[in-house]
Ligand binder design. Structure first.
Ligand SMILES: [Zn+2]
Length: 218
């Protein structure tokens, strides 16, 4: 199938290239790390394997079926299996973003994190854009074990933090998925900056109020 015959027009391709470059240019996805995907009906478009998000080619983005069969463009990222796990559990979500961003990876390596929700509610924006952030154990990238862990965690959240690896978030648009992984990175950075200072976080009532007003990520 040629890329022109897929479910993804020029506008969504250009948007993926633009957002990939924006993440790369701000140091949020170094080297050939990270990947983005969007879903439209029975197809997924994802950044190609070993690609740099700073120099994506709109005409070569990989397109697959929902079960991951390659149908157009370059070969898909090996991490597509993680995106598919989120899509399975969140049928209203049409995009997924994954980063190996520095602060999120640093926090993922710390001991004694709450595995149900790895970061505290430092700001209302983390609660609104991310909600709950389950932490899963390290497993080899691309392995069935990692996919199964992401799948289990995504039953209770749209976002997942993977130990010694990075963050993963689904959204109802590519912008909202990217916003979520950026919010995870910024909250992780704040968490590291505040370490050892007994900071004040949002209280349970404040968080419950945000969940009532902005229920989409819960
Ligand atoms: Zn990765």
């Amino acid at each position: 199938m040629s890329t022109a015959d897929t479910n993804f027009d020029d506008a969504v391709r250009i948007q993926m290239v633009r957002l990939g470059a924006a993440l790369y240019n701000r140091g949020l996805t170094p080297g050939r790390t990270g990947n983005l995907s969007v879903r439209a009906d029975d197809q997924i478009m994802v950044t190609p394997t070993d690609s740099c998000l700073g120099c994506l080619d709109a005409t070569r983005l990989a397109v697959t079926t929902l079960d991951g069969q390659h149908i157009a463009g370059d070969r898909p990222s090996k991490e597509l299996i993680l995106h598919r796990a989120l899509y399975r559990h969140h049928p209203t979500c049409t995009a997924v973003a994954h980063l190996h961003s520095t602060s999120a990876v640093a926090v993922s390596c710390l001991p004694d994190l709450n595995t149900d929700d790895a970061l505290p509610p430092i700001t209302p924006y983390f609660v609104m854009r991310v909600g709950r952030l389950p932490l899963i154990d390290y497993a080899t990238p691309g392995s069935v074990e990692l996919e199964e862990q992401v799948s289990r965690a995504s039953e209770r959240s749209r976002s997942v933090l993977m130990r010694n690896h990075g963050s993963l978030a689904a959204g109802t648009s590519l912008e909202s998925a990217v916003d979520a992984v950026e919010e995870i990175e910024e909250t992780a950075r704040l968490y590291l900056l505040l370490a050892g200072r007994s900071p004040a976080y949002l209280g349970e009532e404040d968080v419950a109020d945000l969940h009532r007003r902005f229920p989409s990520t819960v």
